[in-house]
Design a protein around this ligand. Structure first.
Ligand code: ADP
Ligand code: MG
Length: 729
């Protein structure tokens, strides 16, 4: 029996899953995290102070202190039955990496003991040669090491088979170039902190620290494990490369409003519990638009922690799903013709005085501060929209962006009608001759026109890739499988850079004798004028917007190899080195790595398409073709004339045509791949894979395969069909 029918049978006979006991969340929340409270218990005053100093002010922890902290962490882990530890990091492959070592060791006389030394906490040297480095390690040094990031707390990963203490770390080359997602993110957070504090101090001298915040919303699909295993494309690429649309898709929109299916519900409760134990503050869960699509979202956190929690959650979901004989699909577009998945990144900035810098203020003065940060955000996106676009570019997100569903490849900003009016007002009323009375009148009017219930009045536009939603911006074009760190590094860097310029511009006017608040107003006005072409309130999915965007000169880059060009422009190099995020070689290495990832992904998909065509599709189609041939022959033998055969012959000729096309295209695609493989320049190769392999063959090949799926006898078809994958569970 084929895997398909076996899986369908198993589904029919599978036992209904009992949802586990609902546990009170507060009873388990963060029980596997080395939180401040736990640290307080397990560390001496001195060690605790040193740890806090490092977390809050980035102070260095010296060796003896590190030894004490390591001891405290191990003592805590011991009470939880932990035997191993690992440096947990986020290499550029897009997943997380770990290398486990046991606490167990032998003393010189052979006595077995368990220990965790300060050095082991601070630094490790995993074998870095198999992680992507874009040539960096070759150029600099053959080694890479992981270094402890005290700002993200240690946690215990409990897989059910064993417990491992995980130390969040950054991953850098021996000479200090970053090889992961976290090191640059931490630098960007620091750059933003400095720039934002300076601007805050115009309004409030008490602000000493600003942290970017992130609340992600994670979309995903769930399929039955048996059906998943019968689809080599899901197993190897995370998406279906073939598959005809089911008669019923998402047109009835019954999934979005429906209740969560039992089996999925049990899975959700299970992974949520795991997440809570790790301190991931999940808040919402619901069905999404497409059948078999779901979403979860936590309460927002500081961006570094939020990124760790998102990557951790993707891991947990995948692991817990296996327990339920389910599979999580994090791919941006697992099924053609059905909605794809994104990861909305809700982003804002918070001060140590407890102010959300993107929330409208309570007084005219704090509202001016809000306006400054709001307009700087728009200016940052305007000036560097190409970099934001590059930050979300991937082979898998290409199937989603710019398709006529879910954000276009054009970056624009939605701000809603109230704030549009406010910006117009500022534009009209801030003039050269403006005096203090004009200024305070305007400030009061702005205050009046930003209603407190702003939150309820925005967020009407779901088609914008970057939308203001009342007290934060929501970057919606991030891919569901992406590490948010990449987008967040760029966003925080461009914001830092823009704020720095803002401060310089305002100070320049003040030096010329302008009063501070008037100087701020003038600069805000200048920024509004300079960046208003990025603002768009209409339907981002429409064809008119593409034309309008072109007229405005906004870039609309639809494919990854071209979008990535933005990473290595002179402007980008200057931005990232000015703000100490990436050196030029680092940036070039990253560009190279992203291109290579793209090439490999398209290459794997193309290989798989050829293999499936030859070994799954054609045999089934040919078998059915033979049956029809026999049938026509038989009809003729017994003297039934052309009339009876006509219909059968027509089907036969159609099937034969599709069979021929599939064979021809497969051969031609392999040839195109060979040509692409011979190219030595990485960018050229990526472009060749994009246009000569993917664009030229994928859709057409798929068209003929999907036609065959509709015609060939169902019992001959071994790949589970869309209706089974998305509706059966
Ligand atoms: P929705 O977008 O579904 O209407 P909300 O607006 O309540 O839901 O929030 C969506 C996400 O935005 C949540 O993950 C939430 O944690 C996050 N969020 C809310 N406030 C902030 C903030 N100040 N900074 C970053 N993220 C935030
Ligand atoms: Mg949202």
């Amino acid at each position: 029996m084929s895997l398909r029918f076996n899986a369908l049978n198993n589904l029919l006979n599978s036992q209904t899953v009992q949802p586990g006991n609902s546990t009170k969340i507060t009873a388990i929340f963060a029980e596997n995290v080395f939180t401040h409270q736990v640290a307080r218990q397990f560390l001496s005053d001195e060690a605790f102070k040193s740890l806090l100093g490092s977390i809050r002010a980035g102070q260095k922890i010296d060796r003896s202190m590190a030894a004490q902290i390591a001891n405290g962490i191990r003592a805590w882990a011991d009470t939880k039955g932990v035997t191993h530890f690992t440096h947990w990091f986020q290499p550029l492959t897009g997943t997380t990496a770990e290398k486990h070592d046991s606490f167990f060791t032998l003393k010189s006389d052979g006595t077995p003991i368990e220990q965790f030394e300060g050095d082991a906490l601070i630094q490790q040297e995993p074998d870095a040669s198999s992680f992507p480095s874009g040539g960096l390690r070759a150029t600099f040094e053959a080694r890479g090491y992981t270094a402890w990031d005290p700002s993200s707390p240690a946690f215990i990963m409990d897989t059910g088979y064993g417990k491992t203490l995980c130390i969040p770390t950054i991953f850098v080359s021996y000479t200090g170039e970053s090889l992961d997602y976290k090191a640059p993110l931490l630098k960007a957070i620091e750059a933003l902190n400095h720039a934002a504090v300076d601007v805050c101090n115009y309004f409030d001298r008490n602000v000493a620290h600003v942290t970017p915040t992130l609340g992600w919303e994670q979309e995903y699909f769930i399929v039955d494990e048996g059906l998943f295993n019968a689809r080599p494309d899901l197993v190897l690429c995370g998406r279906t490369v073939f598959g005809h649309n089911p008669a019923k898709g998402q047109q009835l929109e019954d999934h979005y409003f429906g209740s969560i299916p039992e089996r999925i519900y049990a899975f959700m409760l299970d992974y949520e519990n795991e997440a809570y134990k790790l301190g991931i503050p999940l808040r919402t869960r619901h069905n999404e638009v497409a059948p078999a699509q779901f979403e979860c979202a936590p309460i927002f956190e500081e961006v570094n922690l939020a990124v760790d929690h998102n990557t951790l959650l993707m891991d947990i979901m995948t692991r817990v799903a296996a327990r339920h004989k389910l599979r999580v699909l994090l791919h941006e577009k697992p099924f053609a013709g059905i909605n794809g998945s994104g990861k909305h990144n809700n982003w804002s900035m918070a001060t140590d005085t407890g102010v959300n810098l993107l929330a409208p203020g309570k007084t005219p003065k704090t509202n001016l501060m809000f306006l400054a940060f709001f307009v700087n955000s728009i200016k940052a996106v305007h000036d560097y929209s190409d970099l934001l676009r590059a930050s979300i570019a991937s082979a898998s997100n290409d199937f989603r962006l710019g398709a006529n569903e879910a954000p276009p490849a054009i970056i624009s900003v939605f701000i809603g009608e109230y704030l549009t009016k406010v910006l117009q007002d500022v534009k009209a009323r801030v003039t050269e001759k403006m005096d203090e009375t004009d200024e305070s009148m305007l400030k009061i009017d702005i205050h009046r026109s930003i209603p407190e219930l702003l939150m309820d009045n925005t967020d009407r536009n779901r088609t914008s890739p970057f939308a203001f939603t009342g007290n934060k911006f929501e970057f919606r074009a991030v891919g569901s499988s992406a590490n948010c760190a990449n987008a967040m590094t760029v966003l925080n860097t461009i914001m830092a850079d823009t704020l720095k310029k803002f401060k310089k511009d305002v100070d320049g006017l003040i030096e010329k004798g302008e009063k501070k608040e008037i100087a701020i107003m003038h600069t805000i006005r200048e920024y509004i004028v300079a960046s208003e072409k990025i603002l768009f309130e209409g339907d981002g999915y429409s064809a008119e917007w593409e034309k309008e965007a072109e007229r405005r000169g906004l870039p609309n880059v639809k494919t990854t190899p071209l979008a990535l060009d933005a990473m290595v422009t002179e402007k980008a190099k200057k931005l990232f080195s000015d703000n100490n995020i990436y050196s030029h070689p680092e940036l070039e290495a990253r560009h190279e790595i992203e291109l290579e990832k793209y090439i490999k992904k398209v290459q794997i998909e193309s290989r798989l398409m050829a293999e499936l065509s030859t070994s799954h599709v054609l045999p089934a189609a040919v078998r059915y073709q033979n049956i029809l041939v026999e049938n026509v022959k038989g009809l003729k033998d017994i003297g039934l004339g052309d009339a009876a055969c006509a219909q059968r012959t027509e089907i036969l000729s159609k099937i034969s045509e599709h069979i021929n096309k599939v064979s021809e295209l497969t051969v031609a695609m392999i040839e195109a791949r060979k040509k692409a493989n011979n190219l030595t320049d990485t960018r050229g190769k990526a472009l060749a894979y994009c246009t000569d392999v993917k664009e030229k063959f994928f859709d057409e090949l798929r068209y003929h395969v999907d036609k065959l799926e509709l015609m060939v006898d169902d019992k001959e078809w071994y790949l589970p069909k869309y209706r089974e994958l998305v509706f059966l569970r």
